[in-house]
Design a protein around this ligand. Structure first.
Ligand code: SF4
Length: 148
C-alpha cells in the first residue's frame, strides 16, 4: 500500500512559468518544508498557481486538490520570498484549513541564499511573526546555497 503523504502545491502567479524544478527536487529529496516526509515519502496530487492577486484560484484549487486526495497543501516558497512576499499568505492558509479541513504548510523548497541575503538587507522578515512562517524552509547554509 502506498503510504506516501499526498500533497498539493500552489505557487505564486508571478512565477507562473516556473517548471517546478526546485519544489519537485525538494520533494524528492525531502528537503525544506518536505523534510517532514522522510518517513512516508510524498506524492504530488496537484500543482497550480493562485492565478494572480488576490489569489482567486486558491478557493477552487484547494477544493480540487482535496478531492484528489491531498492531505497537505503547500503554499510555495515563492509566496514567502517574492518581492514583496504575498500579502495574502496567512489568509490562504486559514481559508483552506477551515474550508476544507486540510493541513496547509507555508513553503516548499528551502529558501535560496540570495533571497535570504536580500530580504535580510531589506528588513522584510524583521517582524517576529515571520519566524513561524519561515521555519519550515529555513534550511542550513549549504542547502540554501544548493538552491540558489
Ligand atoms: S502575491 Fe500572492 S496573491 Fe499575488 S500572485 Fe503571488 S501568491 Fe498570488
Amino acid at each position: 500500500m502506498n503510504k506516501a503523504t499526498k500533497v498539493g502545491i500552489i505557487i505564486c502567479d508571478r512565477y507562473r512559468t516556473c517548471a517546478g524544478g526546485k519544489c519537485l527536487r525538494a520533494m524528492r529529496n525531502c528537503e525544506g518544508a518536505f523534510s517532514v516526509y522522510k518517513e512516508s515519502g510524498a506524492e504530488l496530487v496537484g500543482f497550480t498557481t493562485c492565478n494572480g492577486c488576490p489569489g482567486g484560484n486558491v478557493e477552487y484549487a484547494g477544493e480540487e486538490m482535496v478531492k484528489n486526495g491531498a492531505q497537505v497543501v503547500h503554499l510555495a516558497t515563492g509566496l514567502l520570498v517574492g518581492y514583496p512576499p504575498c500579502p495574502y499568505i496567512d489568509t490562504f492558509r486559514d481559508f483552506m484549513q477551515h474550508r476544507y479541513g486540510v493541513k496547509v504548510v507555508l513553503g516548499t523548497h528551502p529558501i535560496p541564499r540570495k533571497y535570504l541575503e536580500l530580504h535580510t538587507k531589506l528588513g522584510t522578515w524583521e517582524d517576529p511573526s515571520w519566524n513561524e512562517r519561515l521555519a519550515p524552509t529555513m534550511a542550513d547554509e549549504a542547502t540554501r546555497v544548493a538552491y540558489d
